[in-house]
Write a protein that binds this ligand. Structure first.
Ligand code: NAI
Length: 343
């Protein structure tokens, strides 16, 4: 007999199942500060991601040539450029992830905190625009000093009624990338397999690599621990000095930011195995409202703040953790006070 209902082809039925699972989404990513030293290579790496369908580039200068150039790469992400404050709404509208590398970088002799006076205002204004035009987006803050710019972003989002702590991140991935590279080289391990948790904050002594928790398990002498910890902490300054006034890390930073972006997108996409160290609001160290540690990323951003790597620290690590607490607390308080005093 005739049936009026067309049979659903097997392949469609299967693809519908896939939609509900991981691995089928595509996302809109906005990069603010996209024409800068980090912004350009980061935009290129984002353009190469199969999870990105739209790539919106914003900068106060030079965005047009970057957009024209990048748009010729034959990958699916559609690239669009935006410049000038009035263009921010169009850039941000519908964004799933907003990455912020806008701001001035360090020159030799400067600490990350020396950037505060300029970058605090840039981050405040850009995050206010995110609250207005992309309130549900994940926000990745790269602009330094991250220890303070993330609390600034949180305060601005709170004032706008758009704060969801699961969606705000300080990008500390470069510390992990460096720790992995240096440990692999020192111990002769295959670099792709090395994973060192880096916790705390993202400046000088607030950066705490937990070498005792490195995977694969490796034995370090006390001297090695001190040497590697110092190198990981000072690696940014190594690059600043090599560039001799031309800025700070850009290529390794873009690589690290792209790794964190991909992790976030895989989380949004429903993958169940996405873990990264990142600077987020948490209670793992009660006196520090923001702290970098390992989190599980999921469909709404932070699914769980783990912090289990803080258990069973060596004496050295425990001492360094105690030592960084007041320094990180001061940077957090400075960020919060900035927003409260500059409304
Ligand atoms: P850069 O000077 O090369 O680029 C910054 C870009 O931001 C420029 O294109 C500039 O036009 C743009 N910009 C400035 N004000 C803006 C605004 N209001 N809106 C939109 N765009 C704006 O600097 P670079 O090397 O790309 O560094 C950017 C930031 O990233 C710095 O604050 C630096 O300290 C930080 N950084 C963070 C790291 C981390 O691990 N989280 C590592 C390295 C750098």
């Amino acid at each position: 007999s005739l049936t009026l209902r067309p049979r659903v082809p097997r392949s469609r039925a299967v693809s519908r199942v896939v939609v509900a699972q991981a691995g089928s989404g595509s996302y809109k990513v906005a990069i603010l500060g996209a024409a800068g030293g980090i912004g350009q290579p980061l935009s290129l790496l984002a353009k190469m991601s199969p999870l990105v369908s739209a790539l919106h580039l914003y900068d106060i200068a030079n965005v047009e040539p970057v957009t024209a150039d990048l748009s010729h790469c034959n990958t699916p992400a559609q690239v669009a450029g935006f410049t000038g404050k009035d263009a921010l709404a169009g850039c941000l509208s519908g964004a799933d992830v907003v990455v912020i590398p806008a701001g001035v970088p360090r020159k030799p002799g400067m600490t990350r905190d020396d950037l505060f006076s300029v970058n605090a205002g840039i981050v405040r204004d850009l995050v206010a625009a995110v609250a207005d035009h992309a309130p549900g987006a994940l926000v990745h803050v790269i602009s330094n000093p991250v220890n303070s710019t993330v609390p600034i972003a949180a305060e601005v989002l709170k004032q706008k009624g758009a704060y969801d702590p699961r969606r705000l991140f300080g990008v500390t991935t470069l510390g992990v990338v460096r720790a992995n590279a240096f440990v692999a080289a020192r111990k002769g391990l295959p670099v792709a397999e090395v994973d060192v948790p880096v916790v705390g904050g993202h400046a000088a002594a607030t950066i705490l690599p937990l070498l005792s928790k490195a995977r694969p398990k490796a034995a370090f002498t006390d001297e090695e621990v001190e040497e590697l910890t110092a190198r990981i902490r000072d690696a940014g300054t190594e690059v600043v000095e090599a560039k001799a006034g031309a800025g700070s890390a850009t290529l390794s930073m873009a690589y690290a930011a792209a790794r964190f972006l991909e992790a976030s997108l895989r989380g949004l996409d429903g993958h169940d195995d996405v873990y990264e160290c990142t600077y987020v609001q948490s209670q793992v160290v009660p006196e520090l409202p923001f702290f970098a540690c390992r989190v599980k990323l999921g469909r709404d951003g932070v699914e769980e703040v783990l912090g289990s790597e803080l258990r069973g620290l060596t004496d050295y690590e425990a001492r360094e953790l105690e030592d960084l607490k007041p320094k990180l607390k001061a940077s957090i308080d400075k960020g919060i006070a900035y927003v409260q005093q500059n409304q």
